[in-house]
Design a protein around this ligand. Sequence first.
Ligand code: CMP
Length: 139
Amino acid sequence: MALERTLSIVKPDAVAAGHVGDIIKMFEFNHLRIIAAKLVKLSKQEAEGFYAVHRHRPFFQSLTAFMSSGPALVMVLEGDGAISLLREIMGATDPAKAAPGTIRRLYATSIERNAVHGSDAPETAAAEIAYFFPAIDLI
Ligand code: CMP
């Protein structure tokens, strides 16, 4: 499988609940290496920019208010097939539908406050990584 990079965000709900260490442990256990990381407190505008693809969805205002409500840990992860691997470890968007043992099943409290984000395809991974990290910050 190809070596890939993907963007992960430990969202404000999971940071506030103290799940950062457990989530990073799951990444590393599954051979996803952290090659860049920073704790950010997004402005509403920055959250809207990141989720611009969802701007016409009914949950857009609520989602971007939540994502700008507190610190979030943004990371670039690298590994074999990292994009699909991360999505597998995260589980389904809706925690009620997420498989047992996945991050969202363990730590999400609703479809919106779902603990983590992961890029869904190579093109979105490249765009999302560039949204947060200049190339010079990637190891
Ligand atoms: P994420 O993987 O970050 O991508 C888009 C986010 O929108 C998603 O996780 C959820 O946080 C949120 N989301 C998706 N669907 C819904 C929904 N039906 N209601 C509220 N929030 C949603």
